[in-house]
Design a protein around this ligand. Structure first.
Ligand SMILES: *[C@@H]1O[C@H](CO)[C@@H](O)[C@H](O)[C@H]1NC(C)=O
Ligand SMILES: *[C@@H]1O[C@H](CO)[C@@H](O)[C@H](O)[C@H]1NC(C)=O
Ligand SMILES: [Zn+2]
Length: 544
């Protein structure tokens, strides 16, 4: 019987059609995956309002769905507003952000989204804050080679529980240190083991005397995927990570400027003119052995190196970044250097904002770090520096070790391993002193997400609640206390000066590229959803 004229006439049988459609869908998903791996989708993604997504990728983490809306009364927008609204997450990226005026409520803001997507899963967090996840650019995970000190697995679990969605790992204290492409590849392979990283991970490479005068060696490290460089101007405590001289920094700067990646520097220039003796069980003895002069001399040498290399080609991603500034006396000089137009940025750490040298208990080496904790009045000035933007950003300098190396029994500050473990407490340990002096959420998000993401070259992709960006979110309650109990702590070792402290700022949920990696009730997801983040080809300077 011939088909009736009004029936649709298909060239192929319905079963064949279904099969063809299915094959096309698989091919499209496969193509998407490859483009995505090659970075093409991401490059495109930042220009697209609603990013493409792969419906066939398996879900990861605590949620089954890959498309949902996060509602809350305090969404921190890229423009610095804090408004009720909804974040529409689809396939790992932020599809769009809906906000309403401060007088409206989150349901009203989400109405147009829910009308067009009536079946959308809704996660309603009420009066909580929804912000971009924290980007911690100063973490020592110590893998490979010193996993017994921490390791990627426990470090990134702690990050997930703390609302940190990206960590950038320091080139030490892994063993060997990350100073050649082969060692970078080894660390990358460690990060890519199945089920190994619970948040996204980037890597810094080491600038050391062996490569400082070798532009080819420096370029090779960036080509291998490092996001930038880290150098020490003082002995690092690790023999195979020697420190560089000011002359070596100046020699490396033209290459690093032209690569358009940052150089992070531990700025202390050590001299011998320090008091000897003193009770090694007192923090004051440690403090006296690392005077403010060390930081000041190092920073001045770095500013000189910036000035003498000012005429070399400089791509936009370059910054000389002073890590863990402790000395507030330097703030006027740093402010002047920025006003002069030097490509400079400055970070401090939560421990300098929380603790004061004179309050450290005798023998309590959990508080030992370098530069050392300084006097109480210094804390307030560092917070002011953050408010004024002279200090750009915050990072933890999470640097744990085996507990035995902290010499907790002897309490010897001069011989104990220096380094404070605080990755999981990044958010409350910053928010506690921050809110006490009236600093706001907008500046907090700038200092903990947008600015560090940009420093690591991830600014087009992370650090803001913007459509097309990775759906890296932290949902938190600024008024509730953080859980600082040992049971909740995910670090490999429970030795931390923040343990048991009353700190405001409770993390309720963490999402990494749309996967929920932590929930307050359910804890850290069993499956690890993190990925390695590699350097993308250098950005060409914008032509005027
Ligand atoms: C937040 O604080 C910064 C300074 O730290 C200020 O410039 C900004 O205007 C404040 N924003 C709001 C919404 O109060
Ligand atoms: C990851 O670990 C979880 C929990 O142990 C397990 O259920 C899951 O199968 C693992 N996945 C892979 C790919 O190994
Ligand atoms: Zn460090």
């Amino acid at each position: 019987m011939p088909p009736k004229e009004d029936e649709p006439r298909l060239g192929i049988a319905p079963e064949r059609l279904a099969l063809t459609v299915c094959l096309w869908a698989i091919a499209a998903a496969f193509l998407y995956q490859n483009l995505s791996d090659s970075g093409m989708i991401r490059l495109l993604g930042s220009h697209l309002r609603a990013a493409p997504w792969n419906p066939l990728a398996p879900p990861c983490g605590l949620l089954q769905g890959k498309e949902f809306a996060v509602l809350a009364d305090r969404i921190v927008t890229p423009r610095g507003q804090v408004l009720p609204g909804a974040v529409h997450v689809r396939g790992g990226q932020i599809a769009s952000v809906y906000t309403a005026g401060p007088a409206a409520d989150r349901h009203m803001a989400a109405r147009s989204l829910l009308v067009t997507h009536p079946k959308l899963e809704v996660l309603d967090y009420g009066s909580a804050v929804v912000a971009p996840g924290l980007v911690d650019v100063h973490v020592h995970m110590n893998e490979p080679g010193r996993v017994e000190w921490e390791g990627m697995e426990t470090a990134t679990r702690a990050a997930a529980a703390g609302g940190v969605t990206t960590v950038v790992d320091m080139p030490l204290n892994s063993a060997p240190c990350t100073t050649t492409p082969a060692e970078l590849a080894r660390k990358l392979a460690a990060a890519r083991q199945p089920n190994h990283t619970y948040v996204d991970v980037g890597l810094w490479a080491g600038l050391v005397p062996a490569n400082a005068r070798d532009p080819t060696a420096l370029r090779a490290l960036i080509k291998a995927g490092a996001l930038g460089f880290k150098a020490f101007m003082a002995p690092s405590g690790i023999d195979d990570f020697p420190h560089v001289s000011p002359a070596e920094v100046a020699a490396a700067l033209p290459t690093i400027r032209a690569l358009g990646v940052p150089l992070l520097v531990h700025a202390e220039l050590v001299d011998e003119d320090v008091p000897q003796g003193g009770n090694p069980r007192e923090h004051a003895t440690w403090l006296a052995s690392r005077p403010r002069r060390f930081e000041q001399n190092a920073v001045r040498a770095l500013l000189d190196a910036l000035r003498t290399t000012a005429s070399s080609e400089t791509l936009p991603g370059f910054k000389l970044h002073i890590v863990h500034l402790a000395d507030a006396d330097l703030l006027p000089e740093l402010q002047a250097a920025k006003a002069e137009g030097l490509p400079l940025s400055v970070e401090t750490c939560p421990h300098y904002l929380n603790f004061a040298a004179e309050e450290v208990p005798t023998g309590d080496t959990r508080f030992k770090c370098a530069p050392p904790l300084r006097e109480g009045e210094n804390r307030g000035r560092l917070l002011q520096g953050l408010a004024q933007g002279v200090i750009d950003s915050v990072a933890t300098d999470h640097s744990p070790s085996e507990p035995s190396l902290k010499l907790l029994q002897e309490g010897d500050f001069m011989r104990a391993w220096g380094g404070i473990a605080g990755l999981q407490y990044a958010l409350p340990a910053t928010w506690q002193p921050w809110q006490a002096v009236g600093l706001n959420l907008t500046r907090f998000v700038q200092a903990w997400s947008a600015t560090p993401a940009a420093l690591a070259g991830l600014g087009g992709r992370k650090g803001a609640l913007r459509s097309g960006y990775d759906a890296d979110l932290v949902v938190w309650d600024p008024e509730a206390g953080a859980d600082t109990s040992p049971e909740a702590l995910q670090h490999r070792h429970k030795v931390s000066p923040y343990a048991g402290l009353a700190l405001k700022g409770r993390v309720l949920a963490t999402f990494v590229r749309g996967s929920q990696v932590f929930g307050e009730q359910r804890g850290v997801a069993a499956q690890a959803c993190g990925a390695a983040l590699l350097q993308r080809p250098a950005k060409r300077p914008v032509r005027k």
